[in-house]
Design a protein around this ligand. Structure first.
Ligand code: RAM
Length: 333
């Protein structure tokens, strides 16, 4: 009898251990805008670190082209695979709604990061920094660089990207201030976060607007492409460049003066925060409601706050990179 009881106890312990392991694991999908974007690779690194720390499995999806149709197909595959969470950087805020709502109806926790989907298509958004601040600092930066007057252009990512479009709206609002009366935004061009297209769009801007004095590229792919074009054409000090760039790709153009300074946040931390937010949704520690909080690993306590009609979790403030600090950061991301 004693042996039977001990045997049963051992079995019970085994089931408890296996059960606990199963509860901690889970499939966490990360869907980015497109493949071949070094920024997204860093987001993936951070996301993977977080999911490894919580004992889950990462499923990484990166479409060959930055299109929403490719992302919709991927979401359908992930629903079939019965993943536990989908974190997505959107190529279109609205077109993803049916697929993401279907995922949520099946019990999958959905969150956006970097480039948001509409509030009715997600539980929460993981935001890199305040969009208003991101937009305004870039105008403030280019205005200083060009001495307060002249033509400027924006070289963006895709025309439907939620994040870039929001930042550009804030740039336009900043430009309404009387102090920028002498600055003219002549064009918003789209390089689609593709290296070659960003190069040709930069060249087209220079050709169409021979008096152009500044380019703002609120995309890491675009700013690096523009930095190369301006450098190759010897336009240092004639056409200035700022925007959002990876220090590893931009160090050369910051040091040669093409882009005296630029901004970004830590993409590894952004992915890491999204990983922990996904886990907090899966374990139902949070549901995406204002006022909830959770511990995001090394980043510590994070809170769910209001964002328009939806909610978000904020990483921090944009960081300024210039010749004095770029060497410190270029090895990191
Ligand atoms: C590109 C992507 C991404 C954006 C960064 C700044 O890599 O468009 O969505 O956040 O630039």
């Amino acid at each position: 009898m004693k042996k039977i009881i001990i045997g049963m106890l051992v079995l019970l312990m085994l089931f408890t251990v296996v059960g606990a392991a199963a509860a901690q694991s889970g499939k966490y999908a990360l869907v980015v805008k497109s493949a071949g974007n070094p920024f997204m690779e860093k987001v993936k690194d951070g996301f993977t670190k977080a999911i490894n720390e919580v004992g889950g499995e990462v499923i990484y999806k990166a479409p060959a082209e930055p299109t929403v149709s490719a992302q919709i197909i991927m979401i359908q595959q992930l629903i079939t695979q019965r993943v536990d969470a989908i974190a997505i950087s959107a190529n279109d805020p609205e077109a993803l709604r049916p697929a993401l709502q279907k995922a949520m109806n099946r019990g999958i926790k959905v969150l956006s990061l970097d480039s948001s989907v509409n509030p009715n298509s997600r539980m929460v958004h993981v935001n890199q920094a305040d969009p208003e601040q991101i937009g305004r600092v870039q105008i403030q930066g280019i205005a200083k660089m060009i001495g307060g007057d002249g033509q400027i252009a924006v070289l963006s990512a895709t025309s439907q990207a939620t994040n870039q479009n929001l930042w550009i709206d804030w740039m336009k609002k900043e430009l309404e201030k009387p102090k920028y009366d002498e600055i003219e935004l002549v064009k918003v061009a789209y390089g689609d976060d593709l290296r070659d297209k960003s190069v040709s769009e930069t060249e087209a801007l220079l050709k169409s607007y021979p008096d152009l004095e500044g380019i703002i590229a609120p995309t890491t792919v675009g700013i690096a492409a523009a930095g190369k074009v301006l450098t190759d054409k010897g336009l240092v000090g004639e056409v200035y460049l700022t925007g959002l760039g990876l220090p590893s790709e931009m160090a050369e153009y910051i040091k040669n003066g093409v882009s005296p300074w630029m901004y970004l946040w830590n993409p590894i931390d952004l992915g890491y925060l999204a990983g922990y937010a996904a886990e907090a949704l899966v374990t139902e520690e949070i549901t995406g409601e204002v006022g909830e909080s959770f511990t995001a690993g090394d980043l510590g306590e994070k809170e769910v706050i209001k964002a328009g009609d939806g909610t978000e979790i904020m990483l921090g403030a944009p960081f300024r990179f210039d010749a004095d600090n770029i060497d410190q950061w270029k090895e990191v991301y």
